[in-house]
Ligand binder design. Structure first.
Ligand code: ATP
Ligand code: MG
Length: 306
């Protein structure tokens, strides 16, 4: 739950605090969306963070917003600016710069819009058992990590803190958000995924699957892309050069951390600190994803923020 006191003072009250982000009220219609360096693996947050991870997630999201809006002209996003609102206290500017996004505050649709291009994770488990994913029959004979003939949309509920999201059918999603919005969310999700998939694949990253969130602009009745998009935290990124169908793939970013946790019997345990080498390798994987996707060096980008 959100702590009552905002570190940004009375001018910017803290409205919510998730696993990775803190949201501050800027004015009636906008929020400051701040990504921390916190990292979770196997659903548990590590005691120490990965330096600059919040900056990386914020700047990857910003990069995608720009690219997607160019490619999909009728797409609306919550992005306003990377500039900090003037109400941010001076002594907090260095800490918040780069990891914060000023965004429009919107009514969040309570579904997670998941798109899968490749069969893996919970979809692979379900397919092996029943031949179905989210209640939908899929072609026979798919192998683990194989690309679907067409990407599929597999929404889930957006669970309260501490609860697990549940897969639902598109019909159930329509019951939750209404037919009209559900259709638009599905259509946008698939279009965004395909656009990003092609861009990333060309650069050497396979986006196996990803999760979007959408909000409603009540003034214009438009469905708007919100939250973080197409980051290593909201997606499964695989390296194209090591990809092999018929087996599980190493995740681009967290594999090293997960392997270390498993090897040391720490999988799923609370209060774990990463040793320096695990933290540094993990940071370098996030930095690499940033470099590949944006074409920019992280070091230079961070220096330019100052
Ligand atoms: P996790 O991402 O680890 O599953 P989470 O999504 O609950 O957890 P965070 O990512 O830390 O938590 O916090 C982001 C929160 O902000 C989400 O609940 C998301 O729905 C909400 N959010 C994102 N963009 C907006 C927006 N423009 N207006 C209002 N709420 C938003
Ligand atoms: Mg989130």
């Amino acid at each position: 739950m959100a702590p009552k006191q905002s570190i940004l003072g009375e001018a910017l009250p803290l409205v919510a605090s998730g696993k990775v982000r803190d949201l501050y009220q800027v004015d009636e219609k906008s929020l400051l969306f701040v990504a921390s360096d916190r990292i979770s693996a196997y659903d548990v947050i590590m005691k120490n963070g990965v330096p600059d991870k919040g900056i990386i997630l914020t700047l990857i999201t910003k990069h995608w917003f720009e690219y997607l809006q160019k490619e999909i002209p009728d797409l609306k996003t919550h992005f306003i600016s990377l500039d900090l609102p003037s109400s941010v206290p001076q002594d907090k500017v260095a800490e918040l710069k780069g990891r914060s996004m000023h965004v429009r505050q919107l009514k969040v649709f309570p579904v997670e819009a998941i798109v899968r291009g490749y069969i893996t994770g919970s979809a692979w488990s379900s397919y092996k058992k029943t031949g179905e994913v989210n209640g939908r029959k899929l072609p026979e004979g798919l192998q683990e990590s194989q690309e679907f003939p067409e990407p599929i949309y597999t929404p889930s509920t957006k669970a309260e803190l501490g609860q697990h999201d549940e897969n639902i059918s598109t019909e159930e999603a329509a019951k939750i958000v209404g037919e009209k919005y559900a259709h638009r969310i599905e259509e946008l999700s698939l279009t965004i995924y395909k656009t990003a998939r092609d861009y990333a694949r060309e650069k050497g990253i396979i986006i196996a699957d990803t999760k979007f969130e959408f909000g409603l602009d009540e003034e214009t009745d438009q469905v708007v892309l919100i939250d973080e998009v197409l980051t290593p935290d909201s997606s499964r990124f695989w390296s194209k050069s090591t990809y092999k169908v018929g087996q599980g793939q190493d995740s681009f970013d967290k594999q090293f951390l997960r392997d270390w946790l498993t090897k040391n019997g720490l999988k799923g345990k609370e209060d774990v600190s990463m040793p320096e080498d695990v933290r540094d390798v993990t940071r370098s994987k996030y930095a690499e994803a940033f470099k590949i996707l944006t074409g920019k060096s992280l070091q230079d980008t961070i220096q330019n923020l100052q």
